[in-house]
Ligand binder design. Sequence first.
Ligand SMILES: [Zn+2]
Length: 303
Amino acid sequence: MIAFCGNPLDRAGEKRGAADWLSAQRQHERTRVLPLWKLQPLILGPESDASGLGLIDGALASGLGAPDAVEVFLGLDGETAYFARDISSLAEPLSAALASLGHFRDARSAAAFLPPGEVAILGQAKALIDWHNRNGFCARCGSATAMADAGYRRVCSSCRCEHFPRTDPAVIMLVTAGDQCLLARNKRFAGGHYSTLAGFIEPGESIEEAVRREVFEEVGIQIGDVAYFASQPWPFPASLMIGCFGSAKTREIAVDGEEIVVAHWFDRETVKKLLAGKSDEIGLPRRDAIAHHLIRAWAEKDG
Ligand SMILES: [Zn+2]
């Protein structure tokens, strides 16, 4: 399973817009709420022995943070409704009610140890809360907006314009040529860390066109066929990573020096050794990144 995929909740899109239904769900004793403080989820247990995502009792969550704190509906697991609540207004989130329950930590590090379903729920909650934090005012007229549809819409108080949660598509691609693939070092990476290339899709561009443009811009290689692999929600803050393989038509590398500082062709046997961690000099992406899965899928393919 690719991290942040596989959300087990039924988003109940046909029901959540009804205020009466939503209110009844929120007040039910079964209901669970995930508090987020400055986009960090509550994690149960101490830092040294974390045990799971902090999905707490709905009544307990109601007392946390501002009375009008942003609260979004995540979905249903059977009869149980799940919500997320932004408690960022608290100066010290672990005072009082939550002190004995757990701790807050950043979403990326939590994603490294939580079970896959909880990682996906966390990604949904973080992306939605972050979107509300950034969209308190109408992009068209500047007036205040208000939440609607259980958190999946905001409506302008003046011009009535509707705003919907954003997902920003980005391509992430492994460039291949026969028995070799291209891995590159971004200037933001720590020394020795190599990965695939990536970039945002621009308006008016298809996935294939974005792959070809980004690869040419970053390493000067022309791409022919583009094959879709898989995608990954990446809530940092709101990307959808679209994983592809790009078949190189040329081999000569010319790095842009802006984003990419070094790029090399690696043969399959070398990549297998790198994936097995048999190098002190070169590191590959962590398992929670789709880049890891792209590289592994290519390395383990026959021929
Ligand atoms: Zn407006």
